[in-house]
Ligand binder design. Structure first.
Ligand SMILES: Cc1ncc(COP(=O)(O)O)c(C=O)c1O
Length: 430
């Protein structure tokens, strides 16, 4: 399918953009709407990626676009540190209404997910007066120094970008398929407390309720519940990184709600504002108020246009019942993935929560050797057939779905048909 135009832009990209920023699909996109995107040659693709989990309401949702246009006519930037504006206040109120913890809550906004995590850690340290933070192996929390330090995956994220921030400790994530049961993962945390850091020095534990980049591994509810008990016992704050799981994708507004656990702080970003750069931290008001005036913020944090988009996203989520839709989409995908697992040995595990579904590919079900190259081949074959989908996982062998939750049934079916045929084709070539 490569044309002269494509060759030209690929060459321009190679000449002027560093290889460090990897593009999964060699497509020059010109237009997007709902769940579909079009490239420079007019090829149409079904988008099961949604800008990496950013577009739960789909590309260019009319209500979001209308709110954005109205805000553009009013003001595009002032900085909340200079003057207060309505879209920030409204979004803070709306986020506090849905945040999964009891009592008074407060919210603050930034631009990227990494910034949200950085600030959640700052707030936790200010509140507890403690330095240490615990995260999990296989996790991904961002690409800034502190968030890379928290991230539990070397390739491609950590590479040789160290030295990393001090006082960060890592524990095993409950990844049952790779031998980490709830019991074993909790024992790993206890042993961290025995041999590396006293729980009295720990400000916070940061956890993704479902590992995102780490391969779509849901933490079992009993693990999250026991983690909550343990953190409460030691006066440690629990920070839920809901940057990829958030905003209805798992069937509830926040993934942690499935376990009944009430975190102290939640970091949000991605689908918060349908593609406008916006992130935030929402949490217990007493904790959020720990930093002294001037300690939090950022020139662009909570941009007025992005906040207006965020308020519209909240309306769409509620009015179109997107969390409920995510649960239905998830059961359709799961059924289809299970049928592929019954047919093809390469599908070692099917797992997920709501519409956040993934299948882990292995060369051998016994040894579980990761089928990373095969996963890449399936993605390329799917693209040739008009589907954009991504992989994840520490071993890059998990095919994951992050489609807009507004996806119409026929496009969902067509997308899954394409993925199924790409998988079957890859197996027959073996
Ligand atoms: C769970 C999680 N945390 C943090 C981040 C970092 O967000 P950003 O890329 O906006 O900095 C991501 C991004 O993929 C993520 O999935």
């Amino acid at each position: 399918m490569t044309t002269t135009i494509e060759t030209t832009w690929l060459k321009r990209r190679k000449t002027h953009v560093p290889q460090g920023v990897l593009t999964a699909h060699p497509i020059l996109l010109t237009r997007a709407l709902g769940t579909q995107v079009w490239d420079i040659d007019g090829h149409q693709y079904i988008d099961l990626v949604g800008g990496i989990g950013v577009l739960n309401v789909g590309h260019n949702h009319p209500r979001v676009m209308e709110a954005v246009r109205a805000q553009l006519d009013r003001t595009t930037h002032t900085s909340f540190q200079v003057v207060v504006y309505e879209s920030y206040l409204r979004l803070a109120e709306r986020l506090c209404e849905v945040a999964p913890m009891p009592g008074p809550k407060k919210a603050i906004f930034f631009s990227t997910g990494a910034e949200a995590i950085e600030n959640a850690v700052k707030i936790a340290r200010a509140f507890t007066g403690r330095p240490a933070v615990i995260s999990f192996r296989g996790s991904f929390h961002g690409r800034t120094l502190l968030t890379l330090s928290l991230t539990g995956s070397v390739s491609p994220y950590k590479q040789n970008f160290g030295p990393y921030a001090a006082e960060i400790y890592q524990s095993a994530f409950p990844y049952e398929y790779r031998g980490w049961s709830t019991e074993r993962a909790l024992a790993s945390l206890e042993s961290l407390f025995e041999s590396e850091v006293s729980p009295k020095r720990v400000a916070a534990v940061v956890i993704e309720p479902v590992l995102g980049e780490g391969g779509f591994v849901p933490a079992p509810p009993d693990f999250l519940q026991r983690l909550r008990e343990l953190t409460e016992r030691h006066g440690i704050l629990l920070i839920a990184d809901e940057i990829q799981t958030g905003f209805g994708r798992t069937g509830k507004f926040f993934a942690i709600e499935h376990s009944g656990v009430k975190p102290d702080l939640v970091a949000v970003a991605k689908s918060l504002a349908a593609g406008f750069p916006l992130s935030g931290v929402v949490g217990r008001a007493d904790v959020m108020d720990a930093p002294e005036p001037g300690g939090l913020g950022g020139t662009y944090g909570g941009n007025p246009v992005a906040c207006a988009a965020g308020v519209a996203v909240m309306d769409v989520m509620r009015d179109e019942k997107l969390p409920e839709r995510a649960a239905r989409i998830g059961s359709v995908i799961e059924e289809r993935m299970q049928s592929w697992a019954a047919e093809h040995d390469i599908v070692g595990d099917v797992r997920g929560l709501g519409a956040m579904m993934g299948m882990e590919l292995v060369r051998d079900r016994g040894t579980k050797e990761p089928a990373d190259k095969e996963a890449a081949g399936i993605l390329a074959a799917a693209r040739e057939k008009g589907l954009i989908v991504l992989r994840a996982g520490t071993h890059h062998n998990v095919i994951r779905t992050l489609m807009p939750l507004t996806i119409p049934d026929d496009q969902l079916m067509e997308g899954l048909d394409i993925l199924g045929s790409a998988l079957a084709e890859a197996r027959s070539k073996k």
